[in-house]
Design a protein around this ligand. Structure first.
Ligand code: 5GP
Length: 205
């Protein structure tokens, strides 16, 4: 695989950015249960806020879903490769989620933060807590579903998980939702436009 240093997707190039986004570099952690729509929100944010942030591409031992691309959506690693990286301290944080390992490549993220970028991490709760301890200044945003029933429907509609995986994800979702008060802000992803506006305001207010 490519070196993990390339694991941060520069959404944009600073040289082309006339609006100077460098005023406030920071780490932004976005957490929320699987299926809540974090990925969709961040994708739209990237389209609407060109040149304003970078997001980290994680490593995972999960199998790629249809359409997912190695090096773009995730770095898909075997358990052995992941363990090796972990032993090398290559992850800023890592966690197990629904039977798979996920980790944030350390080097790229640290470099971007140092360079004054707004760096977004889309990670689950255990990892978010680790980041919060290591980076007390990180902004922590929780994305919540309107209800568990809506979340379950969204996961089912995605059609990517079997019954056992859905059950694991829903069980984990309950724990994550209960931890929402640990975050600086909770955004309920009911109406997409409202949620995006709240996210934008929180990051760039
Ligand atoms: P999925 O398998 O649905 O892509 O991701 C499952 C969960 O893992 C999601 O909540 C996602 O935010 C989280 N996740 C993705 N990358 C990372 C990572 O690098 N670290 C941690 N701790 N969680 C991650």
């Amino acid at each position: 695989m490519e070196p993990l240093i390339s694991a941060t997707n520069r959404v944009n190039t600073p040289e082309r950015d006339s609006s100077s986004h460098k005023q406030n570099g920071k780490l932004v952690v976005v957490t929320g249960p699987s299926g809540v729509g974090k990925g969709t929100l961040l994708k739209i944010l990237a389209e609407r806020r060109p040149n304003r942030f970078v997001f980290s591409i994680s490593a995972t031992t999960r199998q790629p879903r249809t359409g997912e691309v190695h090096g773009k959506d995730y770095f898909f690693l075997s358990r052995q490769e992941f363990e090796q990286k972990r032993l090398e301290d290559a992850f800023l944080e890592w966690a197990e989620y629904a039977g798979n390992l996920y980790g944030t490549p350390r080097q790229a993220v640290e470099e971007w933060v140092k360079a004054g970028e707004v760096v977004l991490l889309e990670i689950e709760l255990v990892g978010a807590r680790k980041v919060a301890r290591a980076f007390p200044d990180a902004q922590k945003i929780f994305i919540a579903p309107p209800s568990i029933a809506v979340l379950e429907q969204r996961i089912r509609d995605r059609g990517t998980d079997d019954a056992a995986a859905i059950a694991k994800r829903l069980e984990r979702a309950q724990t994550e939702i209960a931890a929402a008060p640990e975050f600086d802000l909770t955004i309920v992803n009911d109406d997409l436009e409202t949620a995006i506006a709240q996210l934008e305001q929180a990051i760039w207010q």
